[in-house]
Design a binder for this molecule. Structure first.
Ligand SMILES: [Zn+2]
Length: 277
């Protein structure tokens, strides 16, 4: 996949890893419905293709990474991420990344913030980056009871250590990243979840984070995945974001839709449809 441009902003899609989604566990209560209606999209085991994609933006003279994938640690139930190789193939040195934006703090969005070396030491993977988090998201996940949960080891590995580097910036969604890039509050998947808006020279895009995980949600925005903190709120957010992107003519950039997850949402015969680029 080649780069796309939105006005003066260049977007490079980078695959961390493809993944296969089991709708029975991922969309609890809707797995059978999904396979009945969209079974043609599934493989012979009933699994659907998804991705964990990250995006590098060149905007206003800066190089910005949106989400940092799974990372290179071996974790039960997760494949290893390959963002390091994807960066290399795209000719981007990790030292070039000046800003990392994490749409939220789940394991598949903060993974490459740090890496563990063979000697046991831990290193920030992007040596020249500052890490911009939503204050609300930070405060939610930094609660001691969350940090103590084994399922949240990634917070202690990939988020907490950044604090000591002095390169964490906590912001409100109202603060723009630069003249082209803004945060769009999209709560529900997590409390402080944000999408990333791009607007430049009359062109517009949105990088949606985990506001939607799969295109079947265009017809069924209420099919909220098990990972959503607030499945009622996330369904409302998802439904509104789809319509808003269509009305605004925003290029749609979805890191969990099949890589590269870039295209346009259109309305056809009253139905929302994704047209991949
Ligand atoms: Zn995710």
């Amino acid at each position: 996949m080649h780069n796309v441009t939105i006005g003066n902003v260049e977007v490079t899609p980078l695959l961390d890893t493809p993944v296969l989604m089991n709708p029975q566990t991922f969309l609890p209560g809707h797995g059978d419905e999904l396979l009945a209606e969209f079974g043609h999209l599934a493989d012979e085991r009933g699994l659907l293709p998804m991705a964990i994609s990250c995006y590098v933006l060149r905007s206003a003279g800066k190089t910005i990474l949106v989400d940092s994938g799974l990372g290179n640690r071996k974790r039960p139930g997760f494949p290893r991420g390959h963002l390091d190789e994807s960066l290399r193939e795209a000719g981007i040195d990790r030292a070039e990344i000046e800003i990392v934006l994490n749409t939220h703090m789940h394991i598949d969005h903060v993974g490459w913030n740090t890496v563990d070396r063979e000697d046991g030491s831990r290193e920030v993977f992007f040596p020249n980056a500052r890490f911009v988090f939503q204050q609300h998201e930070w405060e939610y996940w930094m609660q001691p009871e969350f940090l103590a949960q084994p399922g949240n080891a990634h917070l202690n590995e990939c988020v907490v250590p950044l604090k000591d580097t002095g390169r964490v910036e906590l912001v409100s969604h109202e603060k723009p990243v630069d003249e082209h890039i803004t945060f769009i509050p999209t709560p529900g998947h997590t409390p402080g979840h944000v999408a990333i808006g791009i607007m430049s020279a009359g062109e517009r895009a949105v990088i949606i984070g985990d506001a939607s995980h799969y295109p079947v949600q265009l017809a069924h925005p209420d099919w909220s995945p098990s990972a959503d903190t607030d499945p009622i709120q996330s369904a409302k957010t998802r439904d509104r974001l789809f319509d808003w992107a269509i009305e605004e003519g925003r290029m749609w950039i979805a890191g969990h839709w099949e890589h590269p997850g870039i295209g346009r949402l259109v309305r056809l015969d009253g139905k929302r449809v994704f047209r991949a680029l």
